[in-house]
Design a binder for this molecule. Structure first.
Ligand code: M6R
Length: 609
């Protein structure tokens, strides 16, 4: 999604903004721009395309020495990617420039309103209305103008704003869209995400909902909605900038696949004591509350939702209560029936996915108990849920998630096991045996990652496929959803995940000579059924790659290729099965020469509906 940066200090701001914007490229964007402010006024440079295109424009125009500015990478929502639709937007008067992340839902009404006051618009964007509205509200006091304008804005926004009359400051504010403040010596920053400014400062804090910050070289003053001064504790970022660099790998995605053993170990370590007991560390939700829960609804988007689909099967069996996995964008508008005995688990890497955030709010408003599983500390979802379990996957830069998915999966498993123990559905020993199997997952994944040749080889045979079907049953079907998403999002090959038993109810008509079918055959209770399904597609000309358990001696006799996962306990199987499928997607995309870390049209953090 769109990225925002802003700087006020003593450095030449242009190269700093361009470099910081480059660090946000992973979020996905189609155009970029910067606005500089000095006593001479506001200067805007923006273009459709990459930061490299913007850099060229800036260099060709001759550098201006300025020390205050804002920058933006745009991911088009309203209006095509074009120079004019790019941010920053400068009010016609030249007094106010704005970068915006989010969606202004009432922009059509606001345009109409401003038009009656002589304002006109040159872009198709919702964001242009913000600069003009602030301009309309401006009578010499920037903060008053921003606050007055905000009263009329509906939707979501993170805003960086500069005023020609106040060339030594930036104003920032937000609602339902993240924004962080970076604090330095004689310099301060705004950014959508930490990697943008990590080179310059490790001291950051997150702006809370509807807070407004005034940044000048010497200080950052933050005010809440009521205009009261707010003090934020500074978070010192421990992770090294290199954690957000490729470290010798050609892409972030493969680096992050390789990091999975470590990420899982780091995630589970603080949750398991020396005796194998699970430590949830909850403060608001007591053990009694967890005993009284009579249904669980897991809600999330994309891969995080797919974690929920796997967990649904496990938790339902362990707890013997209804457990559902639901897309957050559907859940929030479906008038969900929940109460204080419903546990809603939200899962999100970024902690900022708007649909997931709104689903969480919907659940809370209706009285459900809420737990989030989140990677980004102090993100909106983490802050707003009753309890949060952090995945310690470290920064995930590749748009296609891998290590966040894997860490979410083990964490939700630990939550389910602990609940089963509390509810007397699992005795201590059973729980500890599962915990011990979860602790062995990193070693199993390491084994897979040591030998990637088989996956590379099959990828080399099929990277020209037009269409791929992933089949599985039960948990294997849940994993198929993720494997299919992984492949299609980075390789642009059409792919579908099908519950294997459903195929013959229509989709089998698409199977023809040479169609690639990837059959997930690790769910032991239904292996015979899967073998029959493989025979059905083979009979219609499909080529089949089967992912199988180490001790499976049957499937290899019907499939064209097999990929074995190492021997492991049943609970570890899903965590291991997904890894060759992530690798398969990666190698296919790599052979096709795709822009793996920044697939077209996609964004890392989806902060609009
Ligand atoms: O940050 P979140 O986990 O809430 O993001 C949810 C989805 O947008 C995300 O998982 C998306 O599907 C990934 N691109 C998949 O690789």
């Amino acid at each position: 999604m769109c990225g925002i940066v802003g700087y006020v200090g003593e450095r030449n701001v242009t190269p700093l903004l361009l470099e910081s914007l480059e660090k946000l490229e992973y979020r996905g964007y189609d155009s970029a721009g910067i606005a500089l402010v000095s006593v001479k006024g506001i200067k805007i440079q923006k273009t459709r395309g990459r930061i490299a295109d913007l850099r060229k424009i800036v260099e060709d125009s001759g550098e201006s020495e300025c020390t205050v500015g804002i920058g933006h990478t745009r991911w088009a929502t309203h209006g095509e990617p074009s120079d004019v639709n790019s941010h920053p937007h400068l009010s016609r008067s030249g007094r106010v420039a704005v970068v915006h992340n989010g969606i202004i839902e009432n922009y059509i009404e606001l345009r109409a309103f401003l038009s009656t006051h002589g304002y006109s618009f040159s872009t198709e964007t919702d964001s242009e209305v913000v600069s003009e509205l602030i301009d309309f509200c401006y009578a010499g006091d920037p903060v008053a103008a921003v606050r007055k304008a905000e009263l009329q804005l509906k939707g979501s926004y993170a805003l960086g704003i500069i005023f020609a009359d106040f060339p030594e400051q930036i104003i920032a504010t937000r609602k339902d869209s993240p924004l962080i403040i970076g604090v330095g010596e004689n310099e301060n920053f705004i950014a959508s995400d930490i990697p943008a400014i990590l080179k310059y400062t490790r001291d950051v804090f997150r702006l809370d909902e509807r807070e407004l910050a005034i940044l000048s070289k010497k200080r950052v003053a933050v005010f809440n909605e009521l205009g009261e001064r707010v003090d934020h504790a500074i978070e010192h970022i421990e992770w090294d900038a290199t954690a957000a660099e490729k470290g010798g790998y050609p892409h972030f995605m493969i680096k992050e696949i390789m990091e999975q053993p470590e990420a899982i170990s780091k995630t589970i370590a603080p949750r398991i004591d020396a005796e194998g007991n699970i430590l949830l560390g909850f403060k608001s939700i007591s053990d009694d509350d967890l005993k009284n829960i009579d249904s669980i609804r897991i809600t999330a988007c994309g891969s995080a939702y797919h974690v929920g689909v796997v967990a649904k099967h496990l938790l339902k069996n362990w707890l013997n209560i209804p457990v559902s996995a639901e897309l957050a964008s559907e859940f929030r508008y479906d008038d969900p029936i929940v109460n204080e005995r419903t546990l809603v688990i939200v899962v999100s890497q970024s902690g900022e996915t708007l649909d997931t955030l709104y689903a969480l709010r919907e659940a809370k408003n209706k009285g459900a108990r809420t737990i989030s599983i989140v990677n980004v500390v102090a993100s909106s979802i983490a802050n707003e849920s009753e309890e949060v379990l952090y995945t310690w996957a470290g920064p995930e830069i590749s748009v296609a998630t891998t290590k966040a998915y894997s860490t979410q999966l083990v964490l939700i498993e630990l939550l389910g096991i602990r609940m089963a123990q509390l509810r007397g559905r699992m005795d201590d020993e059973q729980g500890k045996a599962l915990v011990s199997a979860i602790k062995s997952i990193p070693t199993g994944i390491e084994e897979i990652l040591k030998d990637v040749q088989t996956v590379q080889y099959v990828a080399s045979l099929y990277f020209n496929s037009q269409s791929v079907f992933f089949l599985g049953r039960n948990i294997d079907y849940a994993l198929s959803l993720e494997a299919s998403l992984k492949l299609k999002e980075i390789s642009y090959i059409h792919s579908e995940a099908y519950a294997a038993g459903e195929l013959k109810h229509g989709t089998i008509s698409l199977i023809e000579e040479g169609t690639l079918v990837i059959a997930l055959c690790t769910y032991r209770p239904l292996l015979d059924k899967m073998i029959s399904n493989i025979k059905e597609v083979k009979a219609r000309g499909a080529k089949v790659i089967a992912i199988i358990n180490n001790d499976d001696v049957q499937t290899g006799t019907v499939a064209d290729h097999i990929i074995r996962i190492p021997a492991c306990e049943q609970i570890a199987v899903p965590s291991l099965t997904i890894v060759p499928l992530q690798l398969f997607a990666y190698y296919i995309a790599s052979l096709k020469g795709c822009d793996i870390d920044k697939p077209r049209n996609l964004a890392k953090s989806v902060t609009v509906e």
